[in-house]
Ligand binder design. Structure first.
Ligand SMILES: Cc1cc2nc3c(=O)[nH]c(=O)nc-3n(C[C@H](O)[C@H](O)[C@H](O)COP(=O)(O)OP(=O)(O)OC[C@H]3O[C@@H](n4cnc5c(N)ncnc54)[C@H](O)[C@@H]3O)c2cc1C
Length: 372
């Protein structure tokens, strides 16, 4: 067993880190506050090949595999998980199902543009009454000649307003039981009857838009059917397997940012005449964070490796996503504790991933000042 990344994977990881530090970090905190979609950053991510990392080059992607994908995504999310989720949805939830299930027509017309970053994709499965129980969706797609007519509402669509196309799931057989009679469609945003609704006011990852979409007699060409009619739920679930890899990598990036900032702050902040990093209680927190991050990373990398090897990885990506998400929550909690009272102050606002801008740290809160 060889745990070393290949030269290509290491190159991609480093390129993502450099881009995140130099191009994403400046302004990340403000964009998060303002819920401002980072148009130029997303464009550059496409030019650098980060919007279709695992999609073969013949279809406009980078062809570097899923291990490179999760490594790059972690680096982006370490600086701004909002940018990361935009990238993750395009890679995992838009490009992957088209690559795996799309006809040559669909690949030719949509995949090339999505994987190269020329266009942005989204994934519309959830409805207000169908979340965890996604099989119980109510949106319909009724065939009419060479078209399907879509009706219904989707909730929580990440990239839903900024996207060019969405993968929408709807019942082609409305009488079929839950999870059956569902089909997937590639729907272009400009199509009449594709209406973008409310923008959710999220607690975090705010630079990525998350909206409701309503389909009102939205006519979609029959050739935009993804895979077979009635087999769409299988596509939705297969897509979530790879989606979990992305969200797991996102959580690892967030946790790593919490650890990096906590180490750095604990070395600077002095109490009782020495940096707080000298105290064992702080060291325990830091080492627990590091241990959990490493375990999460290994699990997500294993799931990504299994995908690259063509193996089923539903269990590994589910476990990896859960472990990484809980690791990120614990790391954020510990980071707030290590930053003491400043961890609770908005002026000390960290960027979207808790990476507190250094300028703010030095000007707003000298590390040797007394807590008030
Ligand atoms: C920021 C964000 C972005 C999103 N992006 C997208 C997107 O791009 N596309 C998309 O389609 N969806 C998206 N979603 C929707 C997401 O997939 C759903 O929120 C998720 O599936 C959960 O559904 P729900 O919110 O309706 O919760 P519910 O299903 O109502 O669950 C509520 C609670 O009940 C628990 N629960 C449910 N069923 C059971 C059970 N059988 N046993 C025990 N507990 C249970 C759940 O774990 C949860 O704690 C997004 C959501 C968020 C918050």
């Amino acid at each position: 067993m060889d745990f070393r990344p290949t030269e290509e994977q290491e190159f991609i990881r480093q390129a993502a880190r450099d881009f995140a530090e130099s191009e994403i970090k400046p302004g990340a905190s403000q964009r998060d506050l303002d819920a401002e979609f980072p148009v130029n950053i997303v464009k550059q991510l496409g030019e650098l090949g980060f919007m279709g990392i695992a999609i073969p080059e013949e279809w406009g992607g980078t062809g570097a595999g899923h291990m490179a994908y999760v490594m790059a995504l972690e680096e982006i999310c370490r600086v701004d998980a909002g940018v990361g989720v935009i990238m993750s949805v395009n890679n995992s939830l838009a490009c992957e199902p088209i690559y795996k299930f799309g006809s040559d027509y669909i690949k030719e017309n949509f995949l090339r543009k999505l994987a190269s970053g020329e266009q942005l994709g989204s994934y519309a499965l959830t409805e207000s009454g169908a979340g965890t129980d996604a099989g119980s969706i109510k949106a319909t797609a009724i065939k009419d000649g060479n078209e399907y007519i879509l009706n219904g509402s989707k909730a929580f669509v990440t990239n839903g307003d900024s996207c060019d196309v969405t993968i929408a799931y709807a019942k082609t057989d409305p009488e079929a039981p839950s999870g059956k009679g569902i089909s997937a469609f590639v729907v272009e945003k400009g199509t009449p009857g594709f209406n973008v609704g409310k923008h959710e006011d999220k607690l975090g990852i705010r630079c990525s838009d998350c909206v409701s979409i309503t389909f009102e007699d939205c006519r979609v060409p029959a050739e935009n059917l993804l895979g077979e009619e009635g087999k769409g739920f299988k596509i939705a679930l297969a897509t979530l397997d790879i989606g979990r890899l992305g969200i797991g990598a996102q959580a690892i990036g967030i946790a790593q940012a919490c650890l990096d900032e906590s180490i750095s702050y604990s070395k600077e902040r002095e109490q009782f005449g020495k940096p707080i990093s000298y105290f064992q209680a702080i060291q325990w927190k830091l080492s627990d964070m590091a241990m959990e991050i490493e375990a999460s990373r290994l699990l997500i990398l294993k799931a990504a490796w299994m995908r690259d090897e063509g193996m089923r990885h539903t269990m590994e990506s589910s476990m990896g996503k859960l472990l990484a998400s809980e690791t990120a929550m614990r790391a954020a909690l510990q980071a707030v504790q290590i930053h003491g009272g400043y961890g609770y102050i908005r002026e000390y606002r960290w960027s979207a991933t808790c990476a507190m801008p250094r300028s703010l740290r030095s000007t707003r809160a000298p590390v040797r000042c007394r807590d008030s």
